[in-house]
Design a protein around this ligand. Structure first.
Ligand SMILES: CC(C)(COP(=O)(O)O)[C@@H](O)C(=O)NCCC(=O)N[C@@H](CSSC[C@H](N)C(=O)O)C(=O)O
Length: 328
């Protein structure tokens, strides 16, 4: 399928991200290393966090979204535990695998530390077991080069990276898996309509930036639908592609997930609602099958990634039918 004009135009009218060539070199080395050390190696490209839409080329203001990267960071840990090597394409400064347990403002690492009797700084007794587990997994991933962290910020950086990384994973065929948990902007300002410099409030006040009143009017275009091209061109033949569908209206979720599956022709859509995303997801597959997966009420303080069942599906095509407890 030839990418439609809007997609081609998107890549030709937006500058290639400065970090792209460095990231491509890192991915080539990562893939070569794992394929040479284990020909059966499986690599998951996990995207995580929210993309921004700049309002000015020299960006002072941008449109962002709510995503903190919990889904992606949590799921990446499960992929690593399942033996995948993981390329973690994430929003810069969003949550990361392993450090997510201790980095957020609600989980500040200093709250896990204390001063021992002889003045040494130590991990408090009640956190020793958890910290040890996370530290061991982190050190194992690092020692075996299983986790490659690549940051993005804007929607443009994300889409350029997604196209390049998918193409670089081609040699892996069915050993590649795409887990698209990033919250991707649906609207953007085309470069030709983008202010170069900071929008001056004085321009808005004297009506230069709006129709009649003193509002700042911003006209956004829809981001071209790249999932089609990812599925039909960029991604390796036989790779498993999982996207997420986010809604706020429960009555839309399953049907929109089914429409996405129909439209893009990939393997699985994991649907989630903004308000309940941390403890329930719905797996929607071809043929309109839907399975809700929920974290039991008693464990809802921890996020759900849905990954065990997903990996089960990836490995065996279908998980067993019983309800699963997926507290992350
Ligand atoms: C972002 C969350 C909700 C996780 O939240 P945190 O744990 O706080 O990070 C994630 O689970 C999710 O739904 N991610 C996907 C959200 C999203 O943008 N989905 C797109 C589909 S994939 S983006 C592809 C693009 N729009 C296209 O169609 O080509 C959509 O709903 O439309």
């Amino acid at each position: 399928m030839i990418p439609d004009d809007s997609q081609s135009r998107y890549f030709t009218s937006n500058p290639t991200p400065k970090a792209l060539s460095k990231h491509e070199a890192l991915v080539r080395e990562f893939v070569d290393y794992h394929v040479s050390t284990n020909p059966n190696t499986r690599i998951a490209l996990v995207t995580s966090g929210g993309t921004t839409v700049p309002l000015e080329n020299q960006t002072v203001r941008f449109i962002d979204n709510f995503s903190a990267g919990t889904r992606g960071a949590t799921s990446a840990e499960y992929f690593l535990r399942e033996g995948y090597a993981v390329i973690f394409l994430h929003r810069q400064y969003s949550l990361l695998p392993y450090s997510r347990h201790f980095s957020h403002s609600t989980n500040c690492f200093l709250d896990f530390m204390d001063e021992s009797g002889d003045g040494e700084v130590v991990v408090r007794q009640e956190y020793q077991q958890k910290m040890r587990r996370v530290l061991e997994e982190y050190q194992y991933a690092k020692k075996n080069r299983l986790l490659l962290l690549l940051p993005f910020t804007t929607i443009t950086e994300y889409l350029f990276e997604l196209r390049s990384l998918a193409t670089l994973l081609q040699p892996l065929d069915s050993r590649a898996l795409f887990y698209l948990a990033a919250a991707v902007s649906d609207f953007f300002i085309p470069r030709e309509r983008m202010n170069e410099h900071k929008i001056q409030s004085s321009e808005v006040e004297n009506g230069k930036k709006s129709g009649d009143g003193k509002q700042l009017v911003v006209n956004l275009d829809p981001v071209p639908k790249f999932l089609t091209t990812l599925v039909s061109q960029w991604a390796p033949r036989g790779s498993m592609i999982v996207s997420f569908k986010l809604e706020t209206d429960p009555s839309l979720l399953v049907s929109k997930a089914e429409q996405a599956l129909e439209k893009y022709g990939h393997d699985l859509v994991i649907g989630n609602l903004l308000t309940t995303r941390k403890w329930e997801v719905v797996f929607v597959t071809k043929g309109g099958q839907e399975r809700w997966v929920r974290v039991p009420k008693a464990k809802r303080s921890r996020s759900v990634s849905g990954i065990e069942e997903l990996v089960g599906r990836a490995e065996k095509n279908k998980p067993s039918d019983e309800e699963v407890d997926l507290s992350g």
